[in-house]
Design a binder for this molecule. Sequence first.
Ligand SMILES: NC(=O)c1ccc[n+]([C@@H]2O[C@H](COP(=O)([O-])OP(=O)(O)OC[C@H]3O[C@@H](n4cnc5c(N)ncnc54)[C@H](OP(=O)(O)O)[C@@H]3O)[C@@H](O)[C@H]2O)c1
Length: 330
Amino acid sequence: MRMLVLGGTVFLGHAVAAEAVRRGHDVYCAARGSSGALPDGAALIPVDREHGLGALAAERFDGVVDVARNYRWVRDALDALGTTAGHWSFVSTINVYADNETTGQSTDGRLLDPITDSEDVSTPESYGGIKVACEDAVRAALGDRAFVLRPGLISGPNDISDRFGYWPTRISRGGRVLVPDAPDQPTQHTDVRDLAEWIVTAAERGTTGTFDGSGPTTALGPLLEEIAELVAPPGTELVAVAPEALTEAAVQPWSGPKSLPLWLPESHHGLVSHDAAPALDAGLRIRPLAETVSATLATERELGLDRERRAGLNPAEEAELLAALDQRVW
Ligand SMILES: NC(=O)c1ccc[n+]([C@@H]2O[C@H](COP(=O)([O-])OP(=O)(O)OC[C@H]3O[C@@H](n4cnc5c(N)ncnc54)[C@H](OP(=O)(O)O)[C@@H]3O)[C@@H](O)[C@H]2O)c1
């Protein structure tokens, strides 16, 4: 197949391009080429989507994959390539849903209002609404050639958000590891390579429709314990701290600086407990956690375990919190 990835220089787009190359497809990535290198075997078509996709006007692809968060860019791509593309995958997000609290939702959940203002850039507040508008545009243009997937947290190597990787990294260093005292909290993640395989398989098989792209729901406590079994040196202790105390100490849930990734308040448990069955039935395969953890840790080690992270607690923050907060050992 002749496949085009709009993106392809980082994380998911890169993994999709790499998987498509591995399967023997002719792979092109349309990007500026400034965020990272393409996988070996993929060809760069230099484009800056701020200035349209003129470079692609005469091209035809059997499969197109778009990861954009910008409504205008998605419309431009559909205008340039939508009529002739054989299959179109659009990577949306689990953040398209209006209700973040109710657990066990599926794709029939109520969506946010679409945001179509082309000047609106993707911010945490506008991200979900923009993706709703992008999805609508893709389905309107491609009809029964559209495959729309809504991933939750993406795990695995080279994650530019630094979230899932915080836990294997931190736990592998041992000692007293601060964890949220929320062992029963639902959680979901999907390895970037599993999503990439699903996207390429969907293009090959002509899979279409709209799917949540999260792996099976598990609980946070057992997930962290399993990671500890895989990577913790002897003597490691998971020290659970009450969510109320974490909030009081300005520790952020989910992501960003001074955060505990994957931890979420009850108001957001719906985000991490979507029904995975339709995606699994439609071809999403979930690898064992051990593979995700070992590949993630390998990249973390390459990047340097001491580097400044985009998400998690740094050692000084963690030590200060452990000294100050009420504790309970799991
Ligand atoms: N990470 C998660 O946990 C998570 C969860 C749910 C959904 N998602 C969704 O998954 C997707 C992730 O995609 P991703 O990992 O490939 O990362 P991304 O950050 O969405 O990728 C951005 C890509 O777009 C390209 N790009 C940026 N500006 C450009 C421009 N002006 N012109 C042309 N290309 C441009 C970049 O290449 P250059 O900079 O080289 O041009 C890069 O390859 C996104 O759609 C995100 O919304 C992610």
